[in-house]
Ligand binder design. Sequence first.
Ligand SMILES: [Mn+2]
Length: 327
Amino acid sequence: MKRGSDLFPEILERISESSEILILSHDRPDGDAIGSTMAFGLILESIGKTVRMMNFNEVPESLSFLPKVERMERPSEKFSGDLVIALDAAERDRIHETVWQQVEESVPLIVIDHHISNGGYGDLCLVDSQSPATGQILYQFFEYAGWTVEKDVASHLYAAISTDTGSFRYPSTTAETMRIGGELIRCGVDVGTINQDLYENQPRRRVEVLRRLLENMQYDFSDQCVSVSLPLDLTRKLKLQPGDTEGVIDILRSVDTVIIAVFFEELEGGKIRVSSRSKSEQFGVGEICARFGGGGHTLAAGARLSGPLGEARTRFLEVVGEVLSRK
Ligand SMILES: [Mn+2]
């Protein structure tokens, strides 16, 4: 399979041949999912395409400040255009079936993603696992295509890249990431304002859930692992929205002795969503999550386990212990 920017010419050709395009991303969208979807949608409109942008979930409140997100649809209306582009979704199943139900099977599908676990789906699949965010691949593609990046598109790309790199801090951040950050500022992004909107404008319930989770932090394996659990009754009590616990894990892993941080969340229906982060390539969480049928990157990965919460936690931490004992 062709990978990386090798596919730019073919992707551009498919886009040129199409006039009605649908942009999708994964459920429970994060900054990269929303930012990439919106950036691609808006820039395609600016070159005269008819575009729809769709996600299974609503735009999280924390990202609702981004320009024109009211354009994001939830699945209710069939798409009968020429081309579908799926972004930041490592597998087809990361996009809810009700979204796929809006799409005729005969419509060609382009996938653009940066998850190393992406095994390839769709008619054209561009996976650049060196890229810290799908938003970064998109900027490179827009540059290749010669399209002008206006302020709104730049703001979405900046949000996409900033949220997936921990504000340009994670080791996946390269010189190219910084160059693109600079270009986006040149395109009109106001760094002070967008960072305040992204990181200093949280609803109170987000800090409340943080307080409750920090009270229940559990250290294991000589304090090299820290974990917290969020039971469904607390999610209900605090009326949490998707995305409300984003960033919790980064606080957990900031403890000096910690190598691996894990966040367990009980979902409606009984499944347990696991998010994990590692500070060390040597003790990657990607392989741990893969053992449970999940995936992601070496330093950031996720999985879904069957419940109940306590048992899922025990099973997952057992494997974390195995990996950490491998010195
Ligand atoms: Mn991403």
